[in-house]
Design a binder for this molecule. Structure first.
Ligand SMILES: Cc1cc2nc3c(=O)[nH]c(=O)nc-3n(C[C@H](O)[C@H](O)[C@H](O)COP(=O)(O)OP(=O)(O)OC[C@H]3O[C@@H](n4cnc5c(N)ncnc54)[C@H](O)[C@@H]3O)c2cc1C
Length: 408
């Protein structure tokens, strides 16, 4: 489907921001991602720049000062912008898209008075970040398989005491976990039932007593997003901070469907950047008396890169449309594109690195960063194998969708 005028305008201003600000910053400051004080890695001016062009608060309702996108095309627009930003820097894209995804969740599930408070803070402060906390040390991937049994439930527990919920547990690998101002936290509220019936979600402000940000994970790629670990010790949240009681995982579809599309789009942006720098390099770098592209083996690899990128783009367009249309196969397509993008773009990044020869592995040259960033996508938002199992589960719910352990 052709882009609307709004989509074209947003893409153009985003591309200008990436070309004029983000890419020059990354190229001139290649050491910056390795600064070991996470809060000092990305200068404030980058998120301020994102704010200026209106891409920081996508998903926030207009009445709270956000940018509301054309209805029926919201997810496709998310995809477009996420790709553009990730073409500049995938970690920056991670930072921003968490705000969009969690905003969609909040506008669907949070009580109005809390939307008013938190959307206002998000809109007012360009450095404000949101985070979504599911993964725990003893469970992540299995959550999404048919193991809907008490023993697979979350270890983080929430218990109602008077007019508060008391939460104990920990979360790991959380995007923006190190520096978010507001967290959505999932916890078990009924240990006797399966996790689909016994998991609740809560809003947790950063300054809640009992919440400790235990560490920032030093990831191999996407390093401008500060991934964090959280510990909850008798953390008390008021009862109105409960978002969904007991069937929170089912209700999280409003987060996960756009989430998978955005994930694949960021991944595509990394692939597009790989292709840009590589096609430029092979047409300028001379080896064996000829520019590289004249060597047929080089040309073949370039063709392979371009074909994989187009295949990801095609599936992405189809999946994003399915989510916007609320189509019956949207879940299946979301998982397909998330896993397909991660594997195809990894291969694209490998070609990029190899076609750059020795330069491809030098930190200051910048191409190895693309390879590192691409590798992260294999692990985010479910592993490749779990994503594939989910595809089959959604296609064959009566057989693949049944817990193998319970029935033998
Ligand atoms: C950069 C980054 C950002 C992230 N951001 C967030 C976030 O914002 N919020 C959040 O909640 N989580 C986040 N995660 C966590 C992410 O969703 C998990 O890493 C992912 O779901 C895999 O879980 P795990 O790391 O515990 O791997 P594990 O579940 O321990 O998997 C290890 C291996 O075993 C396989 N495996 C595990 N269980 C099964 C099974 N039952 N059947 C078959 N194979 C299995 C997996 O496929 C994998 O190969 C993030 C992760 C990364 C790397």
């Amino acid at each position: 489907m052709p882009f609307s005028e709004e989509q074209n305008l947003m893409r153009a201003s985003c591309r200008a921001f990436v070309d004029d600000t983000v890419i020059p910053f990354i190229r001139q400051n290649w050491q910056r991602e390795w600064v070991m004080t996470p809060e000092n890695r990305l200068p404030d001016s980058i998120l301020q720049g994102a704010d200026k062009i209106g891409i920081r608060t996508l998903g926030v309702p207009e009445e709270f000062g956000g940018i509301e996108l054309e209805s029926g095309a919201e997810v496709q627009t998310f995809a477009l912008i996420a790709e553009e930003i990730a073409r500049g820097d995938s970690g920056l894209a991670d930072k921003l898209v968490q705000n969009w995804k969690v905003s969609v969740l909040l506008r669907n599930l949070a009580p109005r008075h809390l939307q008013e408070i938190w959307f206002s803070r998000l809109v007012a402060d360009p450095q404000f970040l949101l985070a979504h906390c599911l993964t725990e040390p003893r469970g992540a991937s299995d959550r999404w398989l048919p193991y809907n049994v008490p023993e697979a439930a979350m270890q983080t527990r929430a218990v109602k005491v008077g007019d508060h919920w008391v939460i104990n547990g920990r979360k790991q690998f959380i995007s923006n976990g190190y520096d978010a101002g507001l967290y959505v936290v999932y916890a078990n509220t009924n240990p006797k039932v399966g996790m689909l019936q016994g998991t609740s979600s809560f809003l947790v402000p950063r300054d809640t007593p009992g919440l400790t940000v235990a560490r920032c994970n030093e990831t191999m790629g996407c390093r401008f997003m500060n991934n964090g670990e959280l510990v909850f010790e008798d953390m008390r949240v008021p009862e109105d901070h409960l978002l969904v009681e007991n069937d929170a995982l089912g209700k999280a579809g409003v987060y996960f469907r756009p989430g998978k599309i955005i994930q694949a789009s960021k991944n595509l942006g990394v692939g597009v950047r790989a292709f840009e720098v590589t096609s430029d390099y092979v047409q300028n770098y001379v080896q064996g008396g000829r520019t590289l592209i004249k060597h047929q083996a080089v040309a073949l690899r370039l063709a392979d890169m371009a074909t994989r990128i187009e295949a990801v783009r095609a599936l992405l367009g189809r999946a994003a449309q399915a989510v916007d249309d609320n189509a019956a196969d949207a879940d299946t397509l979301c998982n397909m594109v998330k896993v397909f993008a991660s594997e195809e773009i990894m291969k694209v990044a490998q070609h990029a690195m190899e076609l750059h020869g020795g330069n491809g592995v030098m930190l200051d040259f910048g191409v190895e960063k693309i390879f590192r960033d691409a590798a992260i996508f294999l692990h985010m938002d479910a592993t490749a194998d779990i994503s594939k199992l989910k595809i089959v589960k959604s296609m064959f719910p009566a057989t693949a969708g049944k817990y193998a352990g319970a029935e033998g």
